[in-house]
Write a protein that binds this ligand. Structure first.
Ligand SMILES: Nc1ncnc2c1ncn2[C@@H]1O[C@H](COP(=O)(O)OP(=O)(O)OP(=O)(O)O)[C@@H](O)[C@H]1O
Ligand code: SF4
Ligand SMILES: [Mg+2]
Length: 405
């Protein structure tokens, strides 16, 4: 009886393992065929708005994210930009399962992970890690750096190093450019840039495939931002990582992103390659954001029209009908009030050849290039060369400082 029971259990377990392997190999086959590593479709998060003290009634919802779709490919960096409150962090939290979506799907390597729970969720979370905005508050001040970086191994003992865990932590410190001897120090003993390096080391500990970095450099001094961005680029190559890199400033994501998505009031309004977004934007909101990016060349500055957006961003609890951007858009017409523009190649640009850089998704009924808001190519080239020179200089200064330490 007992032998029968354990035999059945064994057979069941073998069957389960075989099914799991088959499912895994199916997922990998689909994925190996060039599928995106992450597919986000119609993702939404509506936070309930309640009223009343004893009997709390829902009286509405904050539509923090309201139908966002994009793909992330292996080894790619997708930048997500937009003003404060447009829903960037909420997207990041849904992808890393810190918030449950109200609607939509998230697929990781072809598998729907939107509603996973328990062990299955834990296994996926290991592969999708988050790096937070504020290195001052995201690290526990009472833990040593060694404990902070090693903590993920307590949560996922199945991937913890078999031997000396502290040796692994020292290795991670070295990988992010910090002295491994700092392992017993506390977060307050580090500068802002160094703390963000600690946050990145912690994010890397479990060898994830995707890192969602939510404004990883926004709280840092401009001189330190380039160092952290350069480090993230280096790590991406070394560890074959795919990044979602969030920022509120278009100029910060340009250097690192392969593609950029622009968000406004819970929606993604334009999505394209670096060249398409920065040199051939077709959505009025992207054009306005770019017109505010500083240009060092005075001649290029003179010929440029700065678009100043009137009014405040409307409340996400009561977004405008039709196009969410219409209350601030200088091109708005009646159609914009009644018909929501979808994120696709707009009808105004459908006739352009697919290799024309203006031919990319833009959620606007009247999408068109507006070249005069953009700096000339020469000025962009000179800005980029100044930026890379600055980055190199600050890297050199850091190297020499750390060498002295
Ligand atoms: N837990 C919550 N409950 C209610 N509303 C929320 C909650 N979290 C976020 N919101 C609201 O959702 C909207 C989007 O917030 P989110 O933090 O995603 O924006 P963000 O683009 O990351 O902004 P920032 O650039 O300031 O970080 C905001 O209006 C915010 O107030
Ligand atoms: S759809 Fe209308 S309101 Fe919206 S961005 Fe385009 S022109 Fe402006
Ligand atoms: Mg945020």
């Amino acid at each position: 009886m007992h032998a029968d029971h354990s035999g059945r259990k064994e057979a069941r377990e073998e069957g389960w393992t075989a099914r799991k392997l088959l499912a895994k190999s199916r997922a990998e086959t689909a994925y190996a065929a060039g599928e995106p590593i992450l597919e986000v479709r119609d993702l939404a998060k509506h936070f309930p708005l309640t009223q009343g003290i004893l009997l709390r009634r829902q009286v509405g919802a904050v539509k923090a994210v309201d139908g966002v779709s994009f793909d992330l490919h292996r080894g790619e960096t997708l930048g997500i930009v937009g003003e404060s409150g447009c829903g960037k962090s909420t997207v990041a939290k849904m992808i890393t399962h810190l918030e449950r979506p109200t609607a939509g799907t998230i697929r990781y390597k072809g598998e729907d992970i939107t509603h996973l729970s328990g062990r299955a969720l834990k296994a996926v979370r290991r592969n999708i890690q988050m790096v937070f905005q504020d290195p001052y508050t995201s690290l526990n001040p009472r833990m040593t750096v060694g404990d902070i970086i090693g903590e993920p191994f307590d949560i996922h003992p199945e991937v913890a190093p078999k031997g000396d865990r502290r040796a692994k932590v020292r290795e991670l410190l070295d990988v992010v450019g910090l002295n491994p001897e700092y392992i017993n120090r506390y977060p307050h003993q580090f500068s802002g840039g160094q703390r963000q390096r600690i946050g990145i080391a912690r994010g890397l500990a479990l060898r994830p495939e995707i890192i969602v970095a939510d404004e990883p450099v926004s709280a840092l001094d401009v001189s330190v931002q380039a160092q952290v961005v350069n480090l993230m680029e280096k790590l991406q190559n070394e560890f074959d990582l795919s990044y979602i890199f969030i920022a509120h400033d278009l100029s910060v994501v340009r250097h690192i992103s392969d593609r950029v998505g622009v968000m406004y009031l819970g929606k993604m309004v334009e999505l394209g390659t670096d060249e398409q977004i920065y040199e051939h934007p077709t959505h009025p909101y992207t054009q306005a954001l770019l017109s505010a990016v500083p240009v060092p060349d005075p001649e290029a500055r003179e010929g440029r029209e700065r678009i100043v957006l009137e009014g405040d961003v409307p409340s996400p609890a009561n977004p405008p009908s039709g196009c969410h951007f219409r209350t601030r858009c200088w091109k708005a017409q009646e159609r914009c009030t009644v018909e929501e523009p979808l994120l696709a190649v707009p009808e105004t640009l459908e006739q352009t050849p697919p290799d024309d850089p203006a031919h990319h998704p833009s959620a606007c009924h009247f999408a068109a290039e507006k070249e005069e808001v953009l700096p000339s190519q020469e000025s962009r080239d000179s800005q980029e060369s100044e930026e890379s020179q600055g980055a190199q200089e600050s890297q050199e200064s850091r190297d020499s400082q750390e060498g002295n330490a």
